[in-house]
Write a protein that binds this ligand. Structure first.
Ligand SMILES: Cc1ncc(C[n+]2csc(CCOP(=O)(O)OP(=O)(O)O)c2C)c(N)n1
Ligand code: SF4
Ligand SMILES: [Mg+2]
Length: 290
């Protein structure tokens, strides 16, 4: 069988979560996605779907907004409705969904190029407004889909297609940005800590009211791994593990020691007024002008 040949269903055991996803429905019966071998996105997509299945969650209440990047293939392995937005523009779409039907809670999925570069303004204002949306940032440290260009998250001195001698700028810390802008639930996990991610995602989905921001640091084997000569995909996975510290560990580390490290855990969990509640209370108070 050639590398790209699609196995016949008889040769392939059914995926235990397959029947809960859009698998096959969006690709003319083809139950596959085309993430590179070793990419972290497939595992993240499955972790999201697992939370829906394990908790018996009605996916209709949690529509996905998927922006543009390699992760745009995720709807194939996600449950429920998925709306594709323009690159960087998912949060205005998610805000519109929430304000037009407050019974829904959108989940907006972004890449690091998407959310922290072209879409930064929308990210800042969603956090400030505390709109009841779950924002998931998939940080693979590069612009994967367009050929591995440097991103605002590329660690200093690391290489990318457009930084062949190493990137000289400091990376953007999305968690610090989210906290500074007022996000009420903030967490960071990695593909090494998907169980913890699932716990956080469940909390954000079912318990938290307001903006929930969860970053998942993921491996891009094809660009970040290859450009930085990491060898086999497992090394890119290990690289993330080796450069991850917990919030507790970070407390006793200096700023220099924290350069190019990802601090994982729940960074903030607080309650404050949420945008759709404020808007609908105003409508109740003042009515709607016809
Ligand atoms: C408005 C607009 N500008 C630029 C692009 C080209 N573009 C598509 S994906 C992408 C980068 C994706 O990077 P990221 O968001 O990090 O996702 P990844 O592919 O790494 O998962 C860019 C610049 C576009 N589709 N639309
Ligand atoms: S290019 Fe990178 S991010 Fe995109 S599918 Fe391949 S490994 Fe994943
Ligand atoms: Mg990226």
């Amino acid at each position: 069988m050639s590398y790209l040949a699609i196995p016949k269903s008889a040769e392939k055991p059914e995926h235990p979560y397959g029947k809960y996803t859009n698998s096959g429905k969006m690709t003319g019966g083809m139950p596959l996605h085309y993430f590179c071998r070793g990419c972290g996105y497939g595992a993240i997509g499955q972790a999201i779907t697992r939370v829906f299945v394990d908790e018996n969650i009605d996916a209709k209440k949690f529509p996905f907004v998927v922006n543009v990047g390699c992760y745009s293939q995720l709807p194939v392995i996600l449950p429920g409705d998925c709306l594709m937005a323009l690159h960087g523009r998912g949060l205005p779409v998610a805000t519109g969904i929430k304000l037009s039907n407050p019974e829904l809670k959108p989940i907006s999925i972004h890449g690091d190029g998407d959310l922290l570069s072209i879409g930064t303004n929308h990210f800042v204002h969603a956090c400030r407004r505390n709109i009841d949306v779950v924002i998931i940032l998939l940080n693979n440290k590069v612009y994967g889909m367009t050929g591995g260009q440097v991103a605002p998250t590329t660690p200093t001195t690391f290489k990318a297609t457009t930084a062949p001698y190493g990137y000289e700028e400091p990376p953007m810390d999305s968690v610090k940005v989210a906290m500074a802008c007022g996000a009420s639930y903030v967490a960071r996990w990695t593909t090494n800590t998907l169980r913890q991610f699932m716990k956080s995602f469940k909390e954000a989905l079912l318990e938290h009211k307001g903006v929930s921001f969860i970053e998942v640091v993921s491996q891009c084997v094809t660009y970040f791994g290859r450009k930085n000569k990491m060898g086999e995909p497992i090394q890119t996975f290990k690289f993330i593990k080796d450069n991850t510290v917990t919030i507790k560990q970070a407390e006793s580390m200096s700023e220099e020691e924290l350069v190019n490290k990802w601090v994982i855990g729940v960074h903030r969990r607080e309650t404050r007024p949420e945008l759709s509640d404020i808007k609908f209370d105003m409508i109740k108070k003042y009515g709607v002008k016809k």
